[in-house]
Design a protein around this ligand. Structure first.
Ligand SMILES: [Zn+2]
Length: 96
């Protein structure tokens, strides 16, 4: 065990994880939300981190970190969508 600074709340704690026990529970809850999001209505390259953040209530900072989780291997979410992608978006995906 080593002393680490929680990447989510900034508290110092003793663990093998990157977040403290309080935040581990929050992370797991957010991962659940993300899994739901990705299994329902997610089209690769058509949503930005901002879209996911406003849909799930998870902050961009936490999204960037959680998306690195092995659960989401192969998932790529751009920070913002380019203008061209937005045009494609209207053509291909109906707004929910
Ligand atoms: Zn914490």
């Amino acid at each position: 065990m080593e002393i680490k600074k929680c990447v989510r709340c900034g508290q110092f704690f003793e663990t093998v994880n990157d977040v403290c026990n309080n935040c581990l529970a929050k992370d797991n809850k957010d991962i659940g939300k993300l899994k739901d999001y990705f299994s329902y209505g997610y089209v690769a390259g058509k949503v930005s981190l901002g879209d996911i953040s406003s849909n799930t209530g998870i902050t961009i900072k936490n999204l960037n970190r959680l998306i690195e989780n092995s659960e989401f291997e192969g998932v790529y979410v751009p920070e913002t969508l380019s203008q061209n992608n937005n045009i494609d978006n209207k053509k291909v995906v109906a707004k929910v």
